[in-house]
Design a protein around this ligand. Structure first.
Ligand SMILES: [Zn+2]
Ligand SMILES: [Zn+2]
Length: 738
């Protein structure tokens, strides 16, 4: 993915009035537009407003357009915004990512600059207070405004907040102002973040200190490198990379830390606060617009030194990025699967490359891609083998479900029940893991044996007791259990197949009626606050048995947890996805790693129908080298990533015929690529052939790594645009094959 050709390296180019500037806007449409430079000139990278048709839109001066011969009369840049220019490394990064993932450059710039935020700083704003005049009689609207003002006392409030809080229009506030029932005062806006307090860890072991020093000298070198930092849960890897963060900040550089699921990183925030006190910001979809504007401004001018966020943070326009850290780098949720498709980890490496920054990929179970890059010496590998403190790795045993002793329709084996009982006696916690939401994952008609499916999607319905409904996990539709089977039209009932997490909870409560039990799945927490409260109860030892989906697998310390029981993972293991084995291994390692991280040593028990599977064998040993080698060979033989390039094209439409016809036409255009050794599969119905009432047809392209397939494909796709009501999704390096 990394190559330097075709990018500019100078960042000081200045265009004079009357020159032609090539501008990339944040609007859909052509990627490059040309404008005349206004009075005062403009630097490359300047953030500007330009006219497009009848609108004024946000854009960036990308390059000089001097070599351009055009006959049309060019319009002028309407305004050069009072903001720092977008650095050359940011522009190069955006351009490369758009070329690699085949999304428009405008889209990349939109993700970078968030044009709806109105970025230009306003240095002051009006705040409102109750005025000197006495209240006589008031309309209900006016009363609401004054009530809001008196309830907040001396808290400053601006017009927008006042309007929203009291639910009135501008004119109500203007009237009150005229009557001097309220007054406004101009106050300056504070944009800056506090300074980060730089400290280095004083508790590292000799070995950890050695790795910390190596990472710090990489940061000091101010050049690009990527290092895989491997360490089991509790090995102190966060402490080690925080030293690298401190070093970068000491050098005046900016730092970006990305996480797979930011809402769950509360433990990390606490650790950051403990180490750096303040001066860092969080970036993800649920922070307010106001805070986003503040962060973007401070990232652009370089004053904000430390940002941690979700994968979208890789698009932020840093001024002086020196260090990028990707925590849990193997996590598949780094792959963006909605809207434009990209991989957050790979983008972070690209970002580091263009910024000449140090990149650290952190994981207990590195992805195969990263592992191969270390083998090929593109990345450096460092391991932290020991666990921090006295805790040792959990001891793991397998329960063969084919021969285990269980009552009918029970899912928790005798072995697990015994372990939990003994842990409760010792006042320690147990965790039961099953990555399946709901009560029953599959319902089958007792007369025709057909699965109950969603009307909108090609997906089975899952019974949820919590919602007293059947849910489609793809589109979210809810159904009541039908009286008449949609397949055979008989009046019948349904046979439940397998357990979901709610069923395990029911079984656990009947087995341990006196235990304190907490169920954690995305359906069961109402808000982030509620979730934090659950984690607090667990951390304080107020819970005996935790039952959870993969929600509990990362980021939290459970000091009392000493036993993990895995109910079933075989569905995930036996999928025909090439990553199924690797992903199951990573997930289980992570879940099992929850146990025994502190003074208590941990134990784990995995129930499985396939005890001889390599994944199970690897989990029971300490050595993952052999397993990773077998996974590598598997992918190498199939010539799939990282040993070949894949691009999936998914055509969807409300009729199957329309989707298939366009996919066939498109395939005809792609066929000539076979001369570059590109293999073309399909068009064929996708594995999930319908989602949200849209039929889906897939084409899969497989190319040798030596072929640069994206520009070839871009040419074709530009000529063959999908007609109305037909949608084309382009997924480069797909990880889902449904
Ligand atoms: Zn039926
Ligand atoms: Zn559905």
């Amino acid at each position: 993915m990394l190559d330097k050709k075709s990018f500019q390296h100078s960042s000081t180019l200045f265009l004079e009035e009357g020159d032609t500037a090539t501008v990339v806007t944040t609007q859909r449409g052509p990627e490059f537009l040309h404008y005349l430079v206004p009075k005062g000139g403009v630097t490359l990278g300047a953030i500007v407003n330009v006219p497009v048709k009848s609108k004024i839109v946000l854009g960036v001066v990308w390059s000089n357009g001097q070599s351009l011969k055009t006959s049309y009369k060019k319009k002028r840049i309407s305004k050069v915004l009072d903001l720092p220019s977008l650095k050359i490394e940011v522009r190069n990064f955006l351009q490369k990512s758009s070329e690699y993932y085949l999304f428009p450059l405008n889209t990349a710039l939109r993700l970078c600059l968030n044009p709806n935020l109105n970025l230009e700083k306003s240095y002051s704003k009006y705040i409102y207070q109750i005025g000197p005049e006495k209240v006589v009689r008031l309309t209900s609207q006016r009363k609401r405004v004054l009530d809001v003002l008196s309830s907040i006392r001396d808290e400053p409030i601006d017009k927008l907040e006042l309007k929203t809080e009291s639910n009135v229009s501008d004119s109500v506030i203007r009237d009150l102002e005229k009557k001097r029932l309220l007054t406004k005062t101009l106050v300056p806006i504070k944009y800056n973040f506090a300074t980060v307090q730089v400290t280095f860890s004083t508790t590292l072991s000799k070995f950890q200190k050695k790795i910390s020093n190596e990472l710090r000298s990489k940061v000091k070198s101010k050049s690009y490198s990527t290092t895989m930092l491997k360490g089991v849960t509790g090995s102190g890897k966060t402490e080690v990379y925080m030293d690298a963060i401190a070093e970068a900040i000491l050098l005046g550089q900016q730092v970006l830390v990305v996480f797979p699921e930011i809402s769950l990183s509360t433990t990390f925030v606490e650790r950051l606060r403990k180490r750096f006190k303040s001066g860092f910001a969080e970036w993800h979809s649920s922070i307010s617009k106001k805070e986003k504007k503040r962060i973007l401004n401070s990232v652009l001018d370089g004053s904000l030194k430390l940002v941690f966020g979700a994968r979208s943070a890789v698009f932020l326009p840093f001024h002086n990025l020196g260090l990028v850290i990707v925590d849990e780098e193997h996590d598949s949720s780094y792959k963006q699967e909605e809207g434009i498709r990209y991989h957050g980890r790979d983008m972070a490496v690209l970002k580091g490359f263009y910024s000449q920054a140090t990149v650290i990929l952190v994981s207990a179970t590195p992805s195969l891609e990263t592992w191969v890059n270390v083998l090929e010496r593109k990345y450096e590998g460092k391991s932290l083998p020991e666990r921090f403190g006295n805790a040792s790795l959990p001891k793991i045993s397998l329960v063969d479900l084919r021969t285990s002793d269980r009552e009918r329709n029970r899912w928790i084996s005798k072995e697990i029940v015994e372990k939990i009982s003994s842990k409760i006696k010792k006042k320690q916690q147990s965790l039961l893991f099953l990555n399946r939401r709901g009560y029953t994952p599959v319902l089958v008609c007792e007369s025709c044996f057909q699965m109950l499916k969603c009307y909108n999607c090609d997906a089975k319905l899952v019974e949820h007791k919590l919602f007293s409904a059947l849910l489609c996990h793809l589109c979210g539709a809810r159904y009541q259990s039908p009286k008449i089977c949609p397949s055979c039209r008989n009046e019948c009932s349904y046979i439940p197949i397998g357990p979901g997490i709610e069923k395990i909870e029911e079984e656990t409560r009947s087995l341990f009626p006196d235990a304190r039990i907490e169920l954690l799945s995305s359906d069961h927490y109402r808000s982030l606050e509620h979730l934090k409260e659950c984690f607090r109860r667990i951390t304080c030892g107020e819970i005996d048995i935790i039952i959870g989906t993969q929600l509990i697998s990362k980021g939290h310390n459970f000091p009392f947890l000493s036993f993990v029981g895995v109910i079933d993972v075989d569905l995930a293991l036996k999928g025909d996805d090439i990553r199924a084995g690797e992903n199951t291994f990573q997930l289980l390692r992570q879940v099992i790693g929850r146990a025994g991280r502190f003074e208590i040593s941990g134990e784990a028990c995995i129930q499985t129908y396939f005890p001889e599977d390599p994944v199970m064998k690897t989990l029971c040993s300490d050595d993952d080298e052999e397993f990773m080698t077998s996974q590598k060979n598997l992918r190498e033989n199939a010539r799939v990533p990282p040993f070949g390039r894949m691009v999936a094209l998914v055509v969807s439409s409300s009729t199957h015929e329309a989707a298939m016809n366009f996919a066939k036409d498109l395939t005809k255009e792609i066929l000539p690529l076979q001369k570059y050794d590109v293999e073309i599969y399909g068009p064929a119905d996708a594995r999930i052939s319908k989602i949200r009432k849209k039929y889906r047809v897939r084409i899969l392209l497989k190319a040798p790594k030596t072929v640069s397939i994206q520009p070839l494909l871009k040419n074709i796709l530009e000529k063959k645009k999908p007609p109305r009501a037909i949608y084309l999704t382009i997924d480069v390096d797909p990880i889902n094959f449904y």
